[in-house]
Design a protein around this ligand. Structure first.
Ligand code: NAP
Length: 318
């Protein structure tokens, strides 16, 4: 019989790629959505909607989670469900907290109560480090600058607590930003790619952005999905930082995207102070060496290639 993997948040960017990767590795995949009628456009795009068991699960309800664990008996669990936008978290702090902190607590408590012996991976976020002057690692101090970062840090602590006190095999992968053609439109890289193509096609005149001097460590989602699985299966049962180790500014990405389309970004980008965040993170990048030394994973796709992949995908689907 095939081993079973349970993916909470399977309709999102990472959840969809993860389900596909798990199927290819021979798992039976149970994916959950909080919706009664899940939006499965990403699963459709990857042509796996009919290959996974897509079910509804309320992560605010422990009984719901326990029923699913008891029924499907997974050997691996992935906790990817979240209100995942930093920007939205300023407008919806309570919903963000609930979707991250309470969901993590309910999943881990359900694992404890059902005597779950497999591995649980929780998606953490680099946002917990705030601005980094040198590459962040697990010893870097936290600097919480948004409701999202605060929730992700609480989720990290809860996971550590269940590992250390209740001896659950649960870990957090602290993920730096990672992009793909399946990224939601509200995220800035997707916005830049989509709107630069619309400008090229004469559909739009200006791309309006906030602070374009911010720098981030941007990686490729499909690669991060493999890191997530390695971390979850590792007998070391440790938290890890998942990143490329390189930091690039939004300005650089804009310049490259417009260049690929044969345009000069300066003629098409407008800066709006209204889009600036009150507590912006100026620069954020991580140190990938522990993950490489322990588990042999490193990011392969460099930023130029990533931008080219995203643009090519959108041009093809135009
Ligand atoms: P995503 O595309 O936004 O998917 C997350 C899924 O969570 C959604 O599809 C949604 O599925 C579910 N969800 C549960 N509560 C929600 C709420 N209140 N509002 C909106 N959606 C909610 O996120 P992702 O990019 O795949 O990221 C996966 C995980 O990694 C998340 O925990 C995220 O915080 C974390 N992470 C991502 C990045 C990144 O760069 N992508 C970086 C650091 C950390 P249903 O509506 O079907 O329930």
């Amino acid at each position: 019989m095939k081993p079973t993997a349970l993916v909470f948040g399977c309709t999102g960017q990472d959840g969809s790629y993860l389900c596909k990767s798990l199927l290819m590795k021979g798992f039976r995949v149970i994916g959950t959505s909080r919706r009664r009628n899940p939006i499965s456009k990403r699963l459709n795009a990857l042509e796996i909607k009919d290959e996974i068991h897509l079910i509804s699960c309320d992560l605010q309800n422990q009984e719901d989670i326990k029923t699913i664990i008891n029924k499907y008996k997974p050997v691996e669990i992935y906790n990817l469900s979240a209100q995942s936008s930093v920007g939205v978290s300023f407008k919806e702090p309570a919903k963000t907290h609930e979707s991250i902190v309470i969901a993590t607590l309910n999943i881990l408590e359900s694992c404890r109560e059902t005597n779950f012996k497999g591995n649980v991976f929780c998606a953490g976020s680099s946002e917990i480090f705030g601005s980094t002057k040198k590459p962040a690692d697990l010893r870097t101090n936290v600097d919480l600058r948004s409701p999202y970062a605060t929730a992700k840090y609480q989720s990290f602590l809860i996971t550590k607590m269940y590992r250390e006190i209740y001896k659950l095999n649960c870990v957090t992968g602290i993920l730096f930003n990672h992009e793909s053609p399946l990224r939601d439109d509200k995220f800035v890289i997707k916005k830049i790619i989509n709107q630069s193509i619309q400008i090229k096609n004469g559909i739009k005149e200006k791309l309006i952005l906030g602070d374009i001097n911010i720098k981030r460590d941007w990686g490729c989602a499909q690669e991060y999905i493999e890191a997530i699985q390695l971390i979850n299966r590792s007998e070391l049962n440790k938290d890890y930082i998942v990143c490329t180790g390189e930091s690039n500014s939004l300005k650089f990405i804009i310049e490259k995207a417009f260049q690929f389309l044969g345009l000069n970004w300066k003629n098409h980008v407008k800066i709006s102070k209204d889009l600036y965040r009150s507590k912006e993170i100026e620069n954020s990048f991580g140190n990938p060496s522990e993950l490489y030394n322990d588990l042999g994973w490193k990011a392969e796709t460099k930023i130029n290639e990533l931008i080219q992949i995203l643009i090519n995908y959108e041009l093809k689907s135009d």
